[in-house]
Design a protein around this ligand. Structure first.
Ligand SMILES: Nc1ncnc2c1ncn2[C@@H]1O[C@H](COP(=O)(O)OP(=O)(O)OP(=O)(O)O)[C@@H](O)[C@H]1O
Ligand SMILES: [Mg+2]
Length: 194
């Protein structure tokens, strides 16, 4: 557990030290690496996130989705169930509010939410990844809990989970726990994995 904590801190510091220019360049390259993929082009309902703590910025992708008429969703903290995410529509008109972590999220309109399993594609942030698709997040277990249903049928059900990251967030092999949900693929500013 301590090993996980140390690694998390190290990579978060590395990620935060990228300059605005490096972040912009990474965001542009990420867009180029995703836009022609078959899974992205096919997907109609796509969950993404707003960048925080040096995460690679998917906002150019969000803009592209709006232009293409795809539906974009952002995660919001579940109002009652501890450590679970809901996904709600995000458009240029969406009203935003800060959650308990100080991160902007759409104001929750419960009937608009989309269940996790009915999304086509989830582009999710991460702290560290390895080439086998293992993922380490910020340590809340939010994505792991929300997509735990995928473990039951070994990824045969529900959306593809694609981790987005800076190439510098790659590690040799991640220490993984039995609740960690693996990624379908990982896309960085320079490469795609799996
Ligand atoms: N399906 C689950 N059911 C119950 N507890 C869980 C589940 N998944 C994760 N947890 C708990 O959540 C805590 C954090 O998990 P972990 O360290 O893997 O977070 P993470 O993957 O970095 O976070 P996130 O998914 O939010 O990005 C762990 O202590 C674990 O016990
Ligand atoms: Mg985890």
């Amino acid at each position: 557990m301590n090993q996980r904590k140390t690694l998390r801190q190290k990579i978060r510091t590395l990620r935060r030290s990228l300059t605005p220019r490096q972040q912009q360049q990474a965001a542009d390259r990420l867009l180029a690496n995703i836009r022609n993929r078959a899974d992205f082009r096919r997907a109609k309902n796509i969950a993404m996130y707003l960048p925080n703590d040096g995460e690679i910025n998917p906002e150019p992708l969000i803009q592209l989705c709006w232009t293409l008429g795809k539906h974009v969703y952002l995660p919001v903290l579940h109002p009652v169930l501890h450590n679970r995410l809901w996904f709600v529509p995000y458009t240029p008109k969406t009203k935003m509010i800060k959650n308990i972590y100080g991160i902007q999220e759409p104001t929750l309109i419960p009937h608009q939410r989309r269940t996790a399993w009915s999304l086509d594609l989830v582009l999710l942030p991460l702290v560290a990844f390895d080439e086998r698709g293992n993922r380490m997040g910020m340590g809340g277990g939010y994505y792991d809990r929300t997509f735990s249903f995928k473990a039951l049928r070994k990824g045969l059900t529900g959306p593809k989970l694609i981790g987005l990251a800076h190439e510098i967030q790659k590690v040799g092999e991640l220490p993984i726990e039995n609740w960690d949900i693996p990624l379908t693929s990982i896309i960085t500013d320079t490469k795609s994995y799996l």
